[in-house]
Design a protein around this ligand. Sequence first.
Ligand SMILES: Nc1ncnc2c1ncn2[C@@H]1O[C@H](COP(=O)(O)OP(=O)(O)OP(=O)(O)O)[C@@H](O)[C@H]1O
Ligand SMILES: [Mg+2]
Length: 647
Amino acid sequence: MAWGGGWGGGGGGGMFGGPHTGSSNGLPFGGIPTELMNGVNKILATEPEHPASDLAFTQLPTPDEARRLTLPLLLSRHQGLFVWGSLLTILIALFGQVGPALVSIAIDHGMLAGHYHLDIVLWCAAAYLGSAVSTVVAQRISAVVQGKLASYIMRDLRILVFTHLQRLSLDFFTEEKVGVLMSRMTSDIENLQQLLQDGITTFAQQGLTMIIIVAVMFSMNVTLALWTLVLVVPILTLLTIWFHRRSEAGYVRSRDAIAGVLSDLSESLYGIRVVTANNRQRFNINNHRNVVGNYRDTNMYTGRINATYGPATIAIGILGQGLLLGIGGSMVISHHMSVGVLIAFFLYLNRFFGPIQLLVQQYNLLQQGRSSIIKLRELLAMHPSVNEKPQAETLPRLDGRFEFRNVTFGYDPARPVLTDVNLTIEPGQSIAFVGPTGAGKSTLAKLATRFYDPTDGAIFLDGHDLRDVTLHSLRSQLGVVPQEPFLFAGTLRSNLRFGRPEATDEEIDEAVDLVGLRDLVTRLPRGLDTVVHERGQTLSAGERQLLALGRAFLARPRVLVLDEATSSLDLQSETVIERALDRILEGRTAILIAHRLTTAQRADRIVVVDHGGIVEAGSHRELVALGGKYAGMYQSWIDAGGRDSAI
Ligand SMILES: Nc1ncnc2c1ncn2[C@@H]1O[C@H](COP(=O)(O)OP(=O)(O)OP(=O)(O)O)[C@@H](O)[C@H]1O
Ligand SMILES: [Mg+2]
């Protein structure tokens, strides 16, 4: 957004106004030295204008996006280039096969003893040269057109798949390994690129060439053409069917194997700390060796099949030539055919089998591309389990009244985690979920924010069933701090701004003070413009939590859900946060999940979750007075040295 506006509006270098004003837009940027400014202006003058993106994201795919993924569909989006490419392909195939015909004309009409015609020979030679040059020129243009077509289609496809991934629900990403998805986006898409770039054209060209050759052979001599075909084609067909079956199976296996390699790789890299700490390197290498070995095996399998098919076709070609020599030669002697035609037949037969080797290579590309398309199609056919209804309404500005009505839910519907939960949270009320590990507190929060839909029952927000409203209007009014906060590679500032890109620097400063991040920010050399590395690895767990809190506060949501948002904080930071929470929560509905009862105590109401449901609910005092589960938890908390925030 900022870039689009900056470049578009700035035009020829205006965006830098003066040499030292660059940092106002939040980039870690100290300005461009005057001596470099000329160069910058020169570059900017030739830069294309980047208009603001007109991209729109809708939860439900547009009819165009929802169409079944096929190669023709992808091609049909760039009809102009496709038509050009096809025309050139036909031209190349035609130009390429003029040669032998010219040779036969030159021999039969220019070189036979007693009938020498130098002019015919020269004309034929010139035409031969002309056709060769035309072929080369057409091939060059065709390569450019194909390259362009392939790049456009790849871009379309990458965006299509990425957009689809943005739509899918949490359960999909829990089940599917990141590495497998990565391999879809890299290896599978690259396969297609190769196929589009030269595979399809070569395939079409060679196929066309073979048809042209057969047609020309028939036009020259029907008997000999029939002989050739009857002897050669059946064997070739059988062999090709065998090859097709084997290699198709091989390539599907190899797609799965490469996905296995990538997912093992990504898991090992993400978990490198745990791997090292547990001395699992040897085990991991061994495991990776197996996975890679599996991939090697599938490659060797397809390699073996190619190694059989290629030489076998050459053998058939030689066999054909031998037969041709015998049959054709006797036809020449019996004056049923001229020498020129026999030579042309030889040349054509050579050209008929010549491309088969190439076809085998291209066929591999085609197979790889096909299995890639199948895999991508499967991915694109996945429906988000949490989806919008076509007539979903936009949720108006919220008061924040939650109602769980007979909610039953299980990640696996056969094994419910929560059973028949009824709960009402009034607007502006803060409610704390407490209970043992694995009781279902986070699950309740995930249901309230519609990361999952209840298996049974319904959840209402201000009287709207969550399933009837658009996801965008719902999430834009909810602020969630998950149990494991996630930071993106970028600056602290951009991470804070994540939920509300238009937040001003003043608002960011306010949030920083509020959540107690000021200490950290002043300690860092570049302050808020310090870059945090991927997933916030350069920050401590507590600092990450503070940032995530700041991010949620900055978004000013109507409803806040904090899942163990303060679990990694020391006592002092926690006190800061608690005070901040009191301010932040004012007038907002909030769901707090906390093992530390100090945090829970600040909530208006405490709900004890256990055994798949709500076992107690009330204020801290009421529950302590009740002497039930909460009172027990509270007693052990105090006995263990826990702090009572009321004291
Ligand atoms: N994605 C998932 N798929 C399957 N089961 C899950 C999934 N997430 C959680 N569970 C199971 O659901 C139950 C409730 O999990 P939940 O995360 O809600 O517990 P919790 O009360 O938040 O625990 P904690 O205090 O440890 O955070 C647990 O038994 C857990 O094993
Ligand atoms: Mg939890």
